[in-house]
Design a protein around this ligand. Structure first.
Ligand code: XIL
Length: 410
């Protein structure tokens, strides 16, 4: 090995060690109010075929010729989270069709997007236990998936965040008192029934997994069992068993073509609590799997964050999916790109191997966004592609492909 190469490897090891020391916790999902999805900026730029290059490095033509979905066709689906406006931008759809065989609406299938406030309020009191929903925002995405053979993850039916406060009040007016437990259970049932029925009737078999409950475990500031209380109107109205009700309704209205998932962030640190809290749901036969979000940073240990966590859930009798993968970095430049690529490589290597060995029961891995500037963590460039005249593969993509030119980190 040339001296220069040795020095580079040594430097990379130091960089990775230092970033591991300064390890930041996974970002918690902020209860961000969903804003209008900004119009896609590249609509004005001409379409371009993605260029299979990254600055300063060469890659084997063999890897370049492959795609993520083909690389993992015998292991798991490869998904991407997309804002619905993606389906108007052919530059994006070309890459999506080429690389992925699953997608998740980044926001449009959340309650604050599907609930029709005006119609629900105007219809009150008839709408008291039958809120009005509007499915206009998910139609183009579901059509795209159907036409192009992508499966869809339904995200998400019951979440403390991105669910409007007015939905929980007696007369659906913001600022009114919260409604009773009975009324809220009925609203939850109606909501879940309407969303699942719309999808199953209009797009049979398209949705293969539902995130029934999202982010309900909050160790530290949750209740005595670790169930999230803070800003959680489901908890405030129904109580801790809102989780059980949501899964029971999802099972009741499911036509059996999709698995029912619990989905959360920070799973490595709270996996035992998640399994404990879900025990009654599992006992009732109303859950199939646990979604490990994986909003990670280059300083995180992939074996711990992903492999051990997925194995723990598998051993507890659950299917697993990686539902929201992104690996952020605070550094910029070629070296930082390479370190990030190594992290992606480790992660994919661990899970592919563990799947092959039968250690983890995983059938889907979803990246949370297509390219860096449209990521919810755009400041940390956490994705597999970047926008640079066109949608360009990063070292992260090559890492995810397990390019032999990229060394794995752990
Ligand atoms: C994020 C979206 O990416 C953002 O666009 C939105 O403003 C906030 O929500 N956990 C989840 C996802 O389950 O739904 C969140 O998505 C990220 C954290």
């Amino acid at each position: 090995m040339k001296n220069g190469m040795k020095k580079l490897i040594a430097l990379l090891l130091v960089v990775s060690f230092l970033s591991a020391c300064g390890k930041k916790p996974e970002p918690t999902a902020k209860p961000t109010e969903v804003t209008e999805t900004p119009a896609p900026t590249e609509e004005t730029t001409p379409d371009a075929t993605p260029t299979p290059t990254t600055a300063g490095r060469t890659h084997s033509a063999e890897i370049d010729a492959m795609t993520l979905k083909d690389r993992y066709k015998d292991s798991f689906k490869i998904g991407v989270a997309l804002p619905a406006n993606t389906f108007r931008v052919s530059m994006r759809t070309e890459v999506v069709k080429e690389q992925f065989n699953s997608f998740t609406f980044e926001n449009e299938m959340k309650p604050d997007s599907l609930l029709n406030r005006d119609a629900t309020q105007k219809g009150y009191p008839e709408t008291n236990t039958e809120p009005v929903l509007n499915f206009g925002g998910i139609k183009s995405g579901l059509e795209f998936a159907k036409e192009n053979g992508l499966g869809v993850r339904g995200h998400t039916l019951c979440w403390y965040s991105q669910t409007p406060a007015w939905f929980f009040t007696v007369d659906y007016q913001a600022g009114s008192p919260l409604c009773s437990r009975e009324v809220m259970i009925a609203r939850l049932e109606s909501y879940i029934k309407q969303v699942m029925t719309y999808c199953q009737e209009n797009y049979p078999g398209l949705i293969y997994a539902w995130d029934v409950v999202n982010e309900a475990v909050d160790i530290g500031t949750g209740d005595e069992n670790g169930i999230r209380k803070s800003k959680n109107n489901w908890y405030a109205t129904i109580g801790p068993d809102y989780i059980e009700f949501a899964f029971a309704f999802a099972r009741k209205y499911s036509d059996g073509t999709a698995d029912l998932y619990y989905n959360d962030y920070g799973c490595a640190g709270k996996k035992a609590d998640i399994v404990r809290i879900l025990a009654p749901v599992k006992e009732a036969g109303n859950i199939d799997g646990i979604g490990i979000q994986c909003h990670l940073s280059v300083g995180d240990n992939m074996r711990n964050a992903v492999y051990r966590t997925a194995k723990y859930f598998t051993d507890a009798g659950y299917k697993v999916q990686i539902t929201e993968l992104d690996i952020g970095t605070s550094q910029k430049g070629d070296r930082a790109d390479l370190v990030q690529g190594m992290k992606y490589k480790s992660l994919f290597q661990f899970i592919e191997e563990a799947k092959r060995n039968g250690e983890i029961n995983i059938d889907s891995v979803t990246v949370w966004g297509l390219y860096d500037t449209i990521s919810w963590r755009s400041g940390e460039n956490p994705l597999l592609f970047r926008m640079d005249g066109g949608i360009v593969k990063k070292e992260a993509w090559y890492g995810a492909m397990q390019d032999p030119n990229i060394t794995s980190m752990e």
